[in-house]
Design a protein around this ligand. Structure first.
Ligand code: ATP
Ligand code: MG
Length: 481
């Protein structure tokens, strides 16, 4: 594949000949009256023999405040191909701080192919000839990418290649970016003075569908649904529905609702907006919060039954079984001041006209008490998919056993299977029993602890312990063997 610089070298000799001819004409003929028109014509003549078109993409647009999105997309697009083709590369620390991201160094050229057309990208940096002293000389350089291609590819480049570069470049940037976990809880209440109502940290939760313990069929169903949603842009447009989907995760505490949300975010590679309703002043603020969310994100309302009661008057959040009412309840005054988000405001938030802006958002509610929720809030269309997170079954146990003690099969599995049919234990409790308590503890010991805990949970187990009789003789013999 010929480099653009080689092709330009041969064109250069043609241009040089033309310039010599032009210089001779200028020297010997009184052309001052005709100079303007001749210059124009000589350029036309040169353009007619110069078959290449150039497009320049500058780093900063007019105001120089923000890097142009087109430039960053081209930079990301080229970083993939340049690592294989360019000779001079620049390396910077990537978003994960563990790897280096490569990009083309200045005045370097790479060749690209697109549908049979050959195109050349050059990275150019020019330092302005000003004498001003800058503390950041690097930042002063004006950079741009130059795309050069044969004029016969003009339609292809303008019609589809540039869109391809933008799309691919954005995708590369998306893959490299760090995902974020946003919250609307803020130390200061003066949202008005801040640029955004959300604050964020880097989202780095290790939960995935591989580590999530649930029935494999149910898990696959959720994953298929998520894939259909992520690829559903055209479908949603065709059926006239905003590109968003509601999930309701319900089940007792410790069954993996929050873990499932993290697994979904990791699976889709989306950001999470964790919405704390009790910190939202009113419906207007709720709408603002929604508008400020970006696409490719999950908006989460945890324990929605505790955030808003069915009459629209909010209750303090996080008031769960075992928690004292006083602890969870905010001061009286604050309650009165902030009880302005209504049920209808929340319904609007989920599927009002504003909720369609931006697209590609998943809204997930979690609750421990499905029966407490207003049917309007969870009807299909608002919460399209209802997922029950239930007590640990044998299949879910196998996932936990693999993750926590690294075993796929063990003689104690049969006892666990029988006991799980009888005893309701949450995956959180199963996981806690399986977790080795010291570096020396082996898999049999961890599984044995789980079997004993399950035995204790059997109906009437306490009475049997008191009268000295054993619960499950088979399990007992497997444990001692
Ligand atoms: N299905 C599961 N798969 C894997 N781990 C689980 C699962 N359920 C619970 N766990 C473990 O138990 C812990 C608590 O789970 P999680 O916070 O997801 O429960 P939850 O349903 O959100 O509970 P709550 O209703 O109290 O918010 C997690 O840190 C995780 O390690
Ligand atoms: Mg939770």
């Amino acid at each position: 594949m010929a480099r653009m610089s080689d092709r330009l070298a041969s064109l250069g000799s043609l241009a040089a000949s033309l310039m010599v001819v032009y210089a001779i004409i200028r020297r010997y003929l009184p052309l001052h009256l005709l100079e303007h028109s001749l210059t124009k014509h000589s350029f036309r003549l040169f353009a007619s023999v110069y078959p290449y078109v150039r497009i320049t993409i500058s780093e900063f647009s007019g105001d120089r405040l923000k890097r142009s999105e087109a430039y960053t997309a081209v930079e990301a697009y080229l970083s993939g191909s340049c690592s294989q083709r360019a000779n001079k590369l620049k390396a910077e620390l990537g978003a994960d701080c563990n790897s280096l991201t490569l990009s083309m160094d200045e005045h370097e050229e790479v060749t690209d192919d697109f549908e049979g057309a050959e195109l050349w990208w050059t990275s150019v940096a020019r330092t302005p000839r000003s004498q001003t002293v800058s503390f950041f000389p690097e930042a002063e350089a004006r950079r741009h990418y130059r795309l050069t291609f044969h004029r016969r590819h003009r339609e292809l480049v303008i019609g589809s290649y540039l869109a391809h570069v933008l799309r691919e470049g954005r995708e590369v940037r998306r893959r490299r970016r760090q995902r974020k976990l946003y919250t609307n809880i803020s130390g200061s209440r003066s949202y008005e003075y801040r640029k955004t109502m959300w604050s964020h940290v880097v989202f780095d939760h290790p939960s995935t569908f591989d580590t999530l313990a649930m029935d494999p069929g149910k898990k696959q169903d959720i994953m298929d649904d998520l894939i259909a949603f992520r690829n559903g842009k055209d479908y949603y447009a065709r059926i006239g529905k905003a590109w968003k989907r509601g999930y309701l995760l319900y089940g007792p505490p410790g069954t993996g609702k929050s873990s499932a949300i993290a697994a979904i975010a990791n699976f889709l590679d989306y950001d999470i907006y964790d919405l704390e309703l009790t910190s939202v002043k009113d419906n207007t603020q709720l709408r603002k919060l929604f508008i400020e969310t970006t696409s490719k994100s999950i908006i989460v309302l945890e324990d929605v039954d505790c955030s808003l009661d069915l009459t629209g008057k909010r209750k303090p959040k996080r008031k769960k079984e075992g928690e004292s009412g006083d602890k969870a309840k905010p001061p009286e005054k604050e309650d009165k001041e902030e009880s302005k988000v209504t049920l209808s405001g929340l319904l609007n938030f989920i599927d009002g006209l504003w909720s369609a802006c931006g697209g590609e958002r998943l809204i997930i509610f979690t609750t421990n008490h499905l029966e407490k929720l207003d049917p309007a809030l969870i009807r299909r269309g608002r919460m399209d998919k209802h997922i029950e997170m239930s007590h640990c079954g044998f299949e879910a146990f196998k996932v936990l056993a693999k993750n926590y003690v690294g075993v796929d099969a063990h003689p104690l599995f049969e006892a666990v299977r029988r006991l799980l049919e009888e005893v309701k234990m949450t995956p959180a409790d199963v996981a806690e029993n399986l977790m080795p308590k010291s570096a020396e503890e082996d898999d049999a010991s961890c599984l044995g602890r789980l079997v004993r805990a399950l035995e204790m949970g059997r109906p009437g187990a306490a009475a049997k312990v008191e009268d000295g009789s054993s619960g499950d003789e088979t399990a007992e013999s497997e444990l001692t063997s």
